[in-house]
Ligand binder design. Structure first.
Ligand code: 7GP
Length: 847
């Protein structure tokens, strides 16, 4: 464009300003324009989905203007940026979050109302973007929201999977079956395809010593990798608006495409088919999200995804850095890279390779830069969840990287040996390469060695990371390398969007909605915890949300003609990925225990029992047999209890399994809970983040002293305001040994529950016999039999508290009031200060 003429430039600027206008008629014009010219439809054939699409495109236009301004502003200001690398972003829906963050909900609502449409009803038309498994992926999404809200110069990087986390259905009323989640079916208005941003990524091939004799450690020359196969990484950008700011950040997702377009000249059949197959092989790389939570998949394609991801991402980051024309020594002053678990930790090796092999830096100089750029977040201490890759596979897929890992390890072990001469046992323990019948690369150790800082995600977890998981490393590097950043959640999505009723009540009581940007404001609610009127309104909100969940269950969950759930009952919720360590099994055994007790209770005793609805939800990894068995057992128990011939009993206990748990379902379920279950064996749940969401929404918590439960209890005012039970983390090792070798007495209540199931009371028990027998012999790794006696006892305390509704409501208000600390805003500020050394870069005030 020829902009040399001032008038031309001014015309551009004026038109752009017009485009950004969000008055009623501009919104209407943009909406109608999208109905006709984007969708080729008319008001006569516009269904709800079409209306959603037109509205989404209109909102997207606004988003993109602000996004471009933000990116231009960052380029001009040139601050240090942080890059958040994550193989998962569990975004959920976008439209409502967008208009709320950009303060346009009312404007859109009004504009569309005049045109005969209810904007708010269109939200439900949107499919979730579910490019994540659970906590780790949702955390990344919350952090992007907070980074944008606080104007941090940050960029998220991820993969654009064609298929997100599978859709779960329950077959025959009991078994999980998986269906593909083809979320891009109707195109995705919330992304911008950047066909202009594409990089080559190589795999396989061979390594040649660099005959040019370039720099490198003596005896450690740079080398040339000649990959045998190339694909292209194409960028898709997802704008992320901050709340109450003009900042719109970016998540850049890579999609794999074949490197060469079809060669139309080689027209014979064989070649043609070959090139189609090649295209498919390339596109395979980003086709599916591996559906494992807290368990690595160990598949070659997964390793390909990981390398594809870091290779493209680093080319992009380094291209941005190279435009600054700074020496390499400046790299850590402009670039911070956060590794969301070890999944992107090959980035460490890739950066070393690029600096040494492609830019000729000396090994030691390059390595010092690498370590100053990277930081690593650990999300689990479960030994089986730590990623390891076979050396043989790595050697074949990434021959040069494998050599670099060996060298990193060699220099690292030499420095360990200097500090601890002759301590070979220590070298064996700390080696990045695990020796054994098959050599393996320990990705967590690679991440620790290649980073300047390692963090856990809740205080108890970070303590375990430092004192157990990476104990030798803390001894070697010093404790300071290991820090804690307690997880947080965005109050925008998890209170304001998910629970508008509670949000409005809080804003009314506090006199402003400042709490949405400073969650510690909630502490002022404490003063009203006993206020009669406030209590009533508080209870009314919960009632409304329970009724709405009951309605959802009635409509969408197969309840086999059991009638509506009683929204007067206490709603007891456990929704999260199904995993042995999370102990859904203990929960359902507790339900059976309660059922047996109610069955034998007299009419008089029954009058005293608080009616409960037990609500379960969550997906099992498709290959995780025991987790699937647990789903089966929950549903078996559910089917029998809900069909019990005793109608009076059915009023007191009910079980629901909500299929296909998702971000959108969480937004419905969480505000409706009275009590939620966070009952992992102490020391196993790194943090948990749904615990924070439940409490923020005025639900109480029953749980173990694990993960963030510990800090939540502290912040709300102690365990008197929550329901605690079970062994402490310090006791777990000892208890495991006891269970394994000494077989302590099993509590009779527990035996009775197991016997009831084995007797066939819940249908053919043969699928469960093994799992249950393991618990009562030496296989109770997660200590269900140990914690079981105190679990029903804690549930009785819940019942007693619930009977006193005034007391319960006071607890609920005090719980919510104590949640200020758990805002993701606080978390990202902690990262910015303790790890990244970056500052906010707010947009200049608009003229
Ligand atoms: C999860 C942890 O299990 C959960 O406790 C934590 O709140 C969450 O990360 C966010 O920090 N971990 C995973 O989802 C996971 O897959 C292994 O970790 C890589």
């Amino acid at each position: 464009v020829d902009l040399s003429n001032i008038a031309t430039l001014e015309l551009w600027n004026k038109i752009r300003k017009d485009c950004e206008s969000v008055d009623t008629s501009s919104i209407q014009r943009s909406f109608v324009n999208h109905v006709y010219s984007t969708l080729a439809r008319t008001p006569y054939n516009l269904d709800e989905f079409g209306a959603y699409q037109a509205a989404a495109h209109s909102v997207r236009d606004q988003l993109i203007h602000k996004w471009i301004s933000t990116q231009q502003h960052f380029t001009r200001s040139n601050p240090k940026r942080v890059y958040y690398l994550s193989l998962e972003f569990l975004m959920g829906r976008t439209m409502q979050n967008c208009v709320i963050n950009m303060d346009m909900e009312e404007a859109y609502s009004k504009a569309l109302r005049e045109m005969g449409l209810a904007f708010e009803t269109l939200y439900d038309q949107e499919t979730d973007a579910a490019l994540g498994n659970g906590g780790l992926g949702r955390l990344a999404a919350c952090y992007m929201d907070s980074l944008a809200t606080l104007d941090y110069p940050a960029l998220g990087y991820g993969l654009r999977y064609t298929y997100g986390i599978f859709e779960q259905r329950i077959r025959n009323g009991e078994d999980q079956v998986e269906y593909p989640d083809y979320w891009l079916r109707f195109t995705n208005p919330w992304e911008v395809a950047r066909v202009d941003v594409a990089y080559p990524v190589g795999f396989y091939g061979s390594v040649h010593n660099d005959s040019a004799g370039r720099a490198g450690q003596p005896g450690q020359p740079a080398a040339r990798w000649e990959p045998a196969e190339f694909v292209q990484a194409v960028a898709y950008d997802v704008p992320i608006p901050g709340y109450d700011t003009d900042t719109v950040l970016n998540i850049r997702l890579w999609s794999s495409k074949p490197q060469r377009q079809f060669d139309l000249s080689s027209f014979n059949d064989g070649e043609y088919e070959k090139s189609v197959a090649e295209k498919q092989r390339a596109e395979n790389i980003t086709s599916v999200l591996y559906p494992n939570d807290n368990t690595p998949a160990g598949k070659e394609l997964r390793l390909k995804q990981q390398y594809f991801f870091v290779c493209a991402t680093l080319q992009d980051i380094l291209r941005r850095f190279s435009k600054l024309n700074l020496p390499w020594s400046e790299l850590p002053n402009k670039v911070g890279i956060q590794l969301n678990d070890t999944h992107p930790s090959l980035g460490i090796v890739e950066l070393q390779r690029v600096l040494v092999d492609e830019h000729g830096l000396e090994w030691d100089i390059a390595w010092a830069l690498v370590q100053r750029v990277y930081a690593y977040t650990n999300h689990t201490v479960l030994p089986e969840a730590l990623e390891c890759w076979p050396v043989s596979l790595m050697e074949r897929l990434l021959p040069r990287h494998m050599r670099i890992i060996f060298d990193i390890n060699l220099y690292f072990l030499r420095s360990v040996e200097q500090r601890f001469p002759g301590d070979y046992e220590r070298l064996r323990r700390m080696s990045i390469i695990e020796e054994g019948h098959q050599q393996m690369v320990r990705m967590a150790y690679l991440a620790v060695v290649g980073s300047h800082t390692v963090n856990g995600v809740a205080r108890i977890h970070s303590d375990l990371v430092r004192s157990k998981l990476f104990r030798d490393f803390a001894e070697f590097y010093g404790d300071d390398k290991f820090v804690n950043i307690t997880n947080g959640i965005t109050p925008r999505r998890w209170l304001h969007v998910a629970n508008p009723q509670l949000s409005a009540l809080i804003t009314k009581r506090l006199g402003s909605n400042r709490w949405l940007k400073d969650l510690t404001e909630l502490s002022r609610l404490k003063a009203f915890a006993d206020d009669e009127d406030f209590q009533q309104e508080w209870r009314q909100v919960k009632r409304t949300r329970k009724e709405s969940l009951a309605e959802y269950i009635q409509k969408h969950v197969d309840t086999a003609g059991e009638g509506p759930v009683n929204s007067e009952a206490l709603f007891d919720v456990q929704v999260k990925r199904i995993h042995e360590y999370k102990r859904q099994l203990m929960n359902i055994l507790g339900v059976v225990h309660r059922y047996l007790r109610i069955k034998e209770a007299s009419a008089e005793e029954r009058r005293d029992i608080v009616p409960r609805v037990f609500i379960f939800g969550g997906k099992a990894a498709p290959g995780y047999h025991t987790a699937k068995l647990i789903i089966k057992l929950i549903n078996r128990v559910k089917n029998v209890i809900n069909a019990d011939p005793d109608a009076e009993l059915r009023k007191l206990i009910r079980v629901v399994y909500i299929p296909n748990y998702s971000v959108t379902l969480a937004e419905r379920i969480i505000p409706a809970s009275d009590i939620s279950e966070h009952i992992s064996t102490a020391g196993t749940e790194a943090s948990g983040t749904s615990n924070m969401k439940f409490v923020l929404n005025g639900g109480l918590l029953i749980g173990t002293r694990d993960g963030a439960n510990v800090e939540i209890a502290e912040h709300i005012g102690g365990w008197d305001l929550a329901f605690e039970f079970g062994a402490k983390a310090e006791e777990v090792d000892d208890l495991r040994n006891k269970v394994r070798y000494l077989r302590p007495e099993i509590h009779p209540a527990f035996r009775r529950v197991v016997e009831a199931i084995k007797s066939g009371q819940f249908g053919d028990s043969s699928p469960f016999v093994n799992m249950l027998d393991r618990l009562v012999s030496d296989g109770d790794y997660y200590l269900i039999t140990v914690d079981f006696p105190s679990y029903p006892e804690a549930q009785e305390r819940v019942d007693a508290a619930y009977k006193d509704q005034k007391k319960w409501t006071r607890m609920s208000i005090e719980n919510c009031a104590g949640m200020g600390f758990f805002s993701a805003d606080r978390s990202v500020q902690d990262y910015a200060k303790k790890i990244w050394g970056i500052n906010p870069c707010p947009p200049p005030p608009s003229k």
